[in-house]
Write a protein that binds this ligand. Structure first.
Ligand code: GLN
Length: 192
């Protein structure tokens, strides 16, 4: 079992460290070849427009879509990664590149200016205690289709959700020592 971390831009090494602490092999994904070795892929935070353009240029976007639809690759988008997995981006810039996999509509940078970055305790479905969630210019899920399960919510909206082999969080689980979100994704990869 190998889990890839998309390594074109953004917080890569922290995700790799968390996966290794969970006892799985982590691969840094920059090419189609390295992507083909992975059973799951984490798309880290960063700038969704930049990551979106780079995965098209590197020939990764089609392969991610194809393998996810075939059921051989689970995908976990954190923050900018959530924007990339979304089918719809509210107020997105014209022709914003995206993977368009998950039946959600997201709003980028959804938390007002003074709260652009913050951390808070968050209840996550099936966890027996809250986690500390770090939000950095985070998106929220404004709307979700019937196949999408809400996993965590703030008064502003949904901040974590799952649709089959797709997982998305507005926050950055790699920035705390809590491994439960990575473990949750590893379990999704094992179900493939
Ligand atoms: N605001 C960024 C975007 O929409 C995401 C920020 C992040 O990943 N921390 O791309």
């Amino acid at each position: 079992m190998k889990i890839g971390v998309l390594a074109v831009q953004g917080a890569v090494s922290e995700h790799i460290r968390h996966l290794e602490h969970c006892g799985v092999e982590a691969v840094s994904v920059k090419s189609r070849e390295s992507l083909n070795k992975a059973n799951g892929l984490i798309i880290p935070g960063g700038e969704s427009t930049t990551i979106g353009k780079l995965i098209e240029i590197f020939g990764l976007a089609d392969l991610i879509r194809e393998r996810n639809r075939q059921g051989s690759l689970a995908v976990f988008g954190t923050c900018a990664g959530m924007v990339l997995v979304a089918q719809n981006i509210f107020d997105g810039i014209k022709e914003q590149p995206r993977l368009g996999l998950m039946d959600i509509t997201v709003q980028r940078n959804a938390f007002g200016r003074q709260k652009e970055s913050f951390e808070t305790d968050l209840d996550f479905k099936s966890f027996n205690s809250p986690l500390t969630a770090v939000f950095i210019r985070a998106p929220i899920i404004e709307k979700a289709g019937p196949a999408v399960e809400t996993l965590a919510e703030l008064p502003e909206g949904v901040v974590a959700a799952r649709q089959g082999s797709l997982l998305a969080t507005s926050f950055h689980p790699e920035l705390t020592d809590d491994l439960r979100i990575h473990q949750f994704f590893i379990n999704i990869c094992r179900e493939l």
